[in-house]
Design a protein around this ligand. Structure first.
Ligand SMILES: [Mg+2]
Length: 445
């Protein structure tokens, strides 16, 4: 039966020659390794080659700007990635572009990474991730990880399509749906504590039992990086006003709702500890990115001092960085993002490290519907997850980009797309409508 399933995945019929699959699999004795060499196992599930890589830079302006502690947001922007095989299948992905223009990451994809992928066998994401990252070891982290992420997701999408399985099922199939939390509560001009409380109450009325709001846009706290960011006078508050906002929200939603807060790295350890005492009184479910990501010791000290769990750090890149955060006990909830941390390949390893430390992995998800779909499949494969972040801000790139939009049910639960691979397709008209430049394509050699 297992062999029959393998043959189906391989696209072989019962009449296909049996010797052509699973040379080292069920019922076949593997050949002995040759002395002094590695025996490279050749998968038998497909024989497609990567023929083209296309990127789409898109932007959707907001009617009203919004901000978190340090970022002013006037438009939602993104970089989508397509990997096309020589038999015409298309895998889709997304590369994070937070902190800079799409063209920076797009250049890395086409000028540095595409030559390594074109002509390669498509259905080998682990090997291709090593090919992509290994040769760039002197360019590691940051934008490189974001660029690799989009390609890695698209390659996993292709593997799921070849297997005829939703990616979450292919990766282990732990769940097919997940509870969502409403991610919003940003700062905006004229939005006072009452308006914020009304906003969050609306999410609870819509069925959510979890909601997250922003903190940290505080001008009276030491070393807040806001003063050097774009629009530093936009919708600022004092620390006292910030904490009053949270009290208003708690009063509006009641004690049964799980309320999370996110400081986006804005506070020092001392300020975060002062605020954290109030978060304890308010029964906050987690305190996200309280301090700069590089202040690992400060985060660990906070985690030890506060009963509120520390969540983070979406701004951490790669496996080794998360290993160190986990080993230092700097975080209680582990938050990589498959479009940002290097792709599904390293995020699976990060989630395994979290599991070994007894920690949940709840990815950061705050971009287009492609990032939502990819992170949903990642969560679907994890026993040590329990929530998905669901952006509730206006975002056409989340609601209009897919042939089948991903929305929560009346209980705030989101189903994982059930088609092969990511199980979603891009709406071409939406891509054209929000394009900021012509798509860029690199083609096979
Ligand atoms: Mg965050």
């Amino acid at each position: 039966m297992v062999e029959a399933a393998a043959r189906r995945i391989a696209g072989l019929t019962d009449a296909s020659p049996r010797g052509s699959i699973l040379r080292c699999g069920i019922g076949h004795k593997p050949p002995p390794p040759r002395a002094g060499s590695l025996t490279v196992l050749q998968p038998r599930i497909a024989l497609t080659l990567i023929a083209a890589i296309t990127t789409h830079s898109v932007a959707s302006p907001l009617e009203a700007p919004m901000a978190d502690s340090v970022h002013y947001i006037a438009a939602r922007t993104a970089l989508l990635v397509e990997v096309t095989t020589d038999d015409g299948r298309i895998g889709i992905g997304e590369s994070a572009i937070y902190g800079g223009p799409a063209s920076s990451v797009e250049t890395i994809i086409h000028d540095e990474l595409a030559p390594r992928l074109l002509g390669q066998r498509a259905e080998q994401p682990e090997r291709l991730w090593q090919v992509l990252t290994g040769r760039s070891h002197q360019h590691a982290e940051g934008m490189l990880a974001a660029a690799v992420s989009g390609l890695d997701i698209a390659i996993w999408d292709l593997l799921g399509q070849a297997a005829g399985l939703p990616l979450g099922a292919l990766l282990g199939g732990y769940r097919t749906e997940v509870q969502a939390y409403a991610s919003a509560g940003f700062y905006a001009e004229g939005k006072d504590a009452g308006a914020l409380a009304d906003e969050v109450r609306g999410y609870i009325d819509a069925g959510f039992r979890h909601a997250k709001v922003k903190v940290g846009r505080t001008t009276d706290t030491p070393m807040n990086p806001l003063e050097n960011m774009e629009q530093p006078r936009f919708a600022t508050v004092t620390l006292a006003e910030d904490l009053a906002r949270l009290r208003a929200v708690r009063a509006a939603v009641g004690d049964d709702v799980r309320l999370m807060v996110d400081a986006n790295n804005a506070w020092t350890r001392a300020t975060a500890l002062e605020a954290g005492r109030e978060l304890e009184r308010l029964g906050v479910h987690w305190f996200e990115e309280p301090v700069p990501t590089e202040d690992r010791l400060g985060s660990a000290a906070l985690a030890a001092a506060l009963s509120v769990p520390i969540a983070g750090y979406e701004t951490q890149i790669g496996l080794a960085g998360f290993r160190d955060l986990i080993a230092a006990r700097a975080i209680d909830i582990v938050q990589p993002d498959v479009i940002w941390s290097g792709g599904i390949t390293p995020c699976r390893r990060i989630a395994a490290l979290a599991a070994a430390a007894g920690l949940p992995c709840v990815p950061h998800v705050f971009s287009t519907a492609v990032s939502l779909a990819a992170n949903l499949h990642f969560i679907a494969s994890l026993p040590n997850s329990y929530l998905v972040e669901l952006d509730r801000n206006p975002n056409a790139l989340r609601t209009e980009l897919l042939d089948r939009p991903i929305e929560p049910d009346a209980g705030g639960v989101v189903g994982v797309p059930d088609g092969p691979g990511l199980g979603v397709r891009l709406d071409r008209e939406t891509l054209r409508r929000y394009a900021t430049a012509e798509p860029r394509t690199s083609e096979g050699r």
